[in-house]
Design a protein around this ligand. Structure first.
Ligand code: CO8
Length: 258
């Protein structure tokens, strides 16, 4: 059985589930490689509209990097493992389509970092986040110190990383770690959100994601110029013509992604 289950639902929604429930979906090299293969498949699929990442088994999204695989690592091996994880998570972030984390349980250490690498986090009632690495005598190594600070700010990132404490879903939502809290199944809700986004103009969705990421760390003037260029680029698409015509004709748009 594969350590990452990958399926493509109708409408171009890809779903990947980390599948090591007996180890609470801990990330070892095989899982990282399998996630990377999913990312490559999504990138190669011109019909892809979104990727949802979840964890199998109900109890955990991902409970961290695999501690048994790390325990005896040399510094060189640890650096290579960190680089491998950072590389995969960077490629997840860089996907042109939206990536949604479906967190139904523990998202700790590398699991919290995986959620942070996604564009949106949908969390169920039992979702629990944290960066407990200090309890193990190490620091986050899959982007946690950097993506967390960018997401929740310096004070909150320090609070989480220095104490290693676990954060329940309400606090995670309040500090901006989670975009949507749902009562039911996080994966189902994340797929629903992916479908909602997939119904929008596909080129516009990609360009919107690009505008936000390319502009967020830039000077406002340059960022607005970038937005203006991407806005203008939308007018080269059939989707812009269809979307606006459909509005004026009071009917649903039929986007083709062209
Ligand atoms: N790695 C390996 N195995 C794990 C992990 C993990 N991170 N988490 C859980 N497991 C395994 C347990 O060992 C146990 O296996 P077994 O049944 O064979 O004994 C099984 O999953 C079930 O776990 P528990 O019995 O512990 O379940 P509980 O309900 O009692 O507790 C917890 C659940 C609280 C989630 C607990 O399992 C826990 O604290 N897990 C570890 C969480 C953690 O510390 N995560 C951070 C790891 S470090 C990290 O992610 C760094 C990322 C950057 C790496 C950089 C590269 C060098």
């Amino acid at each position: 059985m594969s350590v990452v289950l990958h399926e493509v639902l109708d409408g171009g929604v890809h779903v990947a589930k980390v599948n090591r429930p007996n180890a609470l979906n801990a990330l070892d090299r095989a899982v990282l490689d399998a996630l990377d293969a999913v990312v490559a498949a999504v990138r190669a699929d011109s019909g892809a509209r979104a990727l949802v990442i979840g964890g199998e088994g109900g109890k955990a999204f991902v409970a961290g990097a695999d501690i048994s695989a790390m325990a005896a690592m040399s510094p060189i091996e640890a650096e290579a493992f960190s680089a491998a994880g950072q590389g995969v998570f960077d490629r997840i972030s860089a996907l042109p389509v939206p990536v949604i984390a479906a967190v139904g349980g523990f998202a700790l250490g590398g699991g919290c970092e995986l959620a942070l690498a996604c564009d949106l986090v949908v969390a169920g009632p039992k979702a629990t986040f944290g960066q407990p690495e200090v309890k193990l005598g190490v620091i986050p190594g899959f982007g946690g110190t950097q993506r967390l600070v960018r997401r929740v700010g310096v004070g909150r990132a320090l609070d989480l990383c220095l104490t290693g404490r676990m954060v329940k879903v309400d606090e995670a939502s309040a500090i901006g770690l989670v975009e949507r809290v749902v009562d039911g199944d996080a994966l189902e809700a994340a797929v629903g959100l992916a479908r909602e986004i997939a119904a929008m103009g596909p080129v516009a969705v990609r360009l919107c994601k690009r505008a936000i990421y390319e502009g967020k760390d830039a000077d406002l003037g340059a960022a607005l110029l970038g937005e203006r260029s991407l806005f203008a680029l939308c007018f080269s698409t059939a989707d812009q013509k269809e979307g606006m015509a459909a509005f004026l004709e009071r009917r649903a748009a039929r986007f083709t992604g062209a």
